[in-house]
Design a protein around this ligand. Structure first.
Ligand SMILES: *Cc1c(COP(=O)(O)O)cnc(C)c1O
Length: 360
């Protein structure tokens, strides 16, 4: 179940905190929540931009009827940029060859491509650095003069956003400011500067600039107190059995019961996004309490030791979600040695997404 009210409320909470515009990051199918419904809810909550990774993701939003501004930021150099330009999507550009391809596609369409140039300020992924940045802004200005490109934005991505006091973060802000100065010196006039993701937007005001790119916090999976988790992953008990001490559970068996107990079978497994790396630590909420997942998590199912709790066939099971004592996506991330994004985007296609609509 995806609570779209929580998404809209999280946008409002973040905008109140940052006092900037919010770009709702809906890549990877809205972090597994469903890109189109999440985008609609985020826009209802006041987001002014949507951020995606690829042209395919941008075009899927347009196909879903969404007309809001979109930035798409990771592209093959031989990509055909005409469809995204025709759809009015801003293209992020990190290299001279990409810029040439975007400008050529715009010229073929007799239109102006809106681009946002990405500078590498220390993450060492996409973005241009050093003399490549100087070349990129110079060529972008030449295309502006020729009428095929307009540079709307300059942006970068942080490497250490979780550490507000980190020298790395401070250095990236400084590098970003000087990259913007170089762009202006080349004659560009970017009106949209952005650097912060969720963690930085919340805890490092110097990274906020004009707009913050919000993923994790949009979905309520960032620990800031006034955010609400949007996703609840739920299943039900499909088998129950009382077993004596010494009973092997699931494949292996890696787990053997230490006492007589009751085992509940839950039809959700690693194909649905339950990470096997959480085995031995994971818990789910069932019968009014957290109970341990025991033995190996299988592709389609897992076994929960419910002890002597009054659990019945068909009872609801919360893998993670809101509720006073239910596990969170962050708990699953900790049990599996990963981050909440990994848990949320790992929810498989077999899990039906149901939506609780935004209250009118
Ligand atoms: C995924 C992504 C974000 C969102 O990051 P969160 O930490 O989830 O807020 C922001 N910017 C870029 C470039 C991203 O790829």
């Amino acid at each position: 179940m995806v609570d779209l009210d929580a998404i809209a409320g999280n946008v409002r909470a973040i905008a109140a905190m940052t006092r900037t515009d919010v770009m709702a990051v809906v890549k990877a199918d809205g972090f597994g929540h469903g890109a189109v419904p999440v985008a609609r809810a985020a826009l209802a909550g006041g987001a002014t931009w949507l951020g995606v990774t690829s042209s395919a993701e941008a075009l899927a939003l347009r196909d879903g009827g969404i007309t809001a501004p979109i930035l798409s930021w990771l592209h093959r150099v031989d990509e055909d940029f005409e469809p995204v330009l025709a759809a009015g999507v801003d293209v992020a550009v990190s290299t001279v060859p990409h810029l040439r391809a975007v400008a050529a596609a715009a010229a073929r369409r007799h239109s102006v491509a809106m681009v946002q140039l990405k500078v590498d300020t220390g993450l060492s992924r996409n973005g241009a650095r050093g003399s490549d940045w100087v070349d990129l802004v110079a060529l972008a200005r030449a295309y502006e003069m020729a009428g095929s490109v307009k540079v709307r934005g300059v942006w970068s991505h942080l490497a250490d956003a979780d550490q507000p006091g980190s020298p790395l973060l401070h250095g990236q802000v400084t590098a970003f400011r000087s990259a913007v100065r170089l762009a202006r010196a080349a004659g560009l006039d970017p009106v949209l500067l952005h650097l912060a993701n969720s963690a930085a937007a919340i805890s490092a005001p110097a990274t906020r600039f004009d707009i913050c790119r919000i993923g994790l916090a949009l979905y309520g999976a960032h620990p800031a107190a006034n955010l609400r988790p949007a996703m609840a992953l739920r299943s039900t008990v499909v088998n129950l059995k009382q077993v004596p001490a010494g009973t092997g559970v699931s494949y292996g068996p890696d787990h053997v019961t230490q006492r007589p107990t009751t085992l509940a079978l839950v039809p959700i497994g690693f194909a649905d996004g339950l990470p096997r790396a959480a085995e031995g630590r994971a818990e789910v909420w069932v019968g009014g309490a957290r109970c341990p997942v025991v033995g190996r998590i299988a592709m389609d199912q897992c076994v929960v030791d419910v002890g002597d709790r009054p659990v019945r066939l068909g009872d609801p099971v919360t893998v993670f979600g809101p509720g006073p004592d239910a596990p969170t996506a962050a708990d699953w991330a900790r049990w599996a040695g990963t981050n909440p994004n990994d848990i949320l985007t790992g929810i498989g296609p077999r899990v039906a997404r149901r939506y609780q609509e935004v209250a009118a």
